[in-house]
Design a protein around this ligand. Sequence first.
Ligand code: URA
Length: 442
Amino acid sequence: MLSPIELIIKKRTGKELSSYELDFLVNSYIDNKLPDYQMAAFLMAVFFQGMNDREIQYLTEAYIQSGNKYFFDKQTVDKHSTGGIGDKVSLMLAPIVAECGAYIPMISGRGLGHTGGTLDKLESIKGFKTDLSQEEFRNTVETVGFSIISQSNELVPADKKIYALRDVSGTVESLPLITASILSKKIAEGAKNLVIDLKVGTGAFISNIDQGNELGRLLKSTSEALGQKTEIVLSNMNSPLGYYVGNGVEVYEAIQYLKGKKIPDLDELTKHLAVKMLILSKNFDSEQEAKRNIDKAITSGKALERFARFIKAQGGDDKVCEKPQLLPQAKYILPIKAKETGWVRSIDGRNIGYSLMHIDSGRKNLDSIIDHSTGIKIKPKVGDYINKNDIIGKVFCNNKEKGTQTANIVTSSYFISENKVSLEKIILKNHRGEHENNNFNQ
Ligand code: URA
């Protein structure tokens, strides 16, 4: 009989765990035989000691085997983001790519650490369900072209439970744990192809390009060892993505985008990922052809129509696409003012993510209800010029005192330079050490 304490100590002292030992830890935890404190100690040991490639593959397999594995008789493809601020890309990307002919079975996550989760955003739509049965998930993918659901007791329950524990035990930013968490969901859901949007920067879990390249290597080698074709895109998370951060307000922004509103960083990233997905899934042979079809999906309004069909299929009120005021509305809108004049040198995205907790206590405590009406809008990105006292954004809140605190945190998350700072590119070059931004690793 294996002893959890011995396995924790084995990892703590940097030794390799076998597939059998990792299965034992994961299975004992989901069967409630291993208490949270022992799993948290094990996660912290992994955090400090890391895992080799073999252990990461075994851990990913243990997560997958904790539940069912789905299979689709179609050319399936999915995208996963490693998490950032204002990242509502899935909400636009999935209907666009589905409109271009691909099938996307997507298991998504909730807010983790300072980052928001796609599921929380979708749940700001009245009636929307993320816990579909296997049959409902399959039907939605096959009829609408995509479905977005949560991990469940049937699907990667190990990630569901361990993800929540990492969130409260300071063990989120571990490359082996991130790899197993992402890939277990992406393999169990039945995606044959996968594009990973690996975010690097102040608002991401990965803050420097070397770590980004290492996580990219781990994700690609682990998923391909487990039979999934994978492409890694490194993208910039030094500035929040788009203008809105928060659940309901991000759904609002996604709908505006699908209606044709130009949001440059969001547009560039969404289309870049969409092209990669459509080439990987063999829907198109050339990038030009994929791009043409992506543009058509948006300008024809068909991607928005598909988003509405998806909302309806998952029990939500699809009228939000026509009437965004049906999304939860906050009582107050407070201004956010710049504290200095100059070029935005950097933005502490992590601080901004955590600042939302001041207006939304739900994100701090897994059991409390999230207030989907709260959020922020902020315009300046790294490299933009701002004047002291300019209104650089807004806070949407239901409590003025908390909203003011959030506005102050956002203001102080902007670092200003007297010298011109170059605007940053959203797509980073994804081979080792080569990137086009001046402002990384500062
Ligand atoms: N996304 C996930 O699904 N898991 C992580 O650990 C980080 C980002």
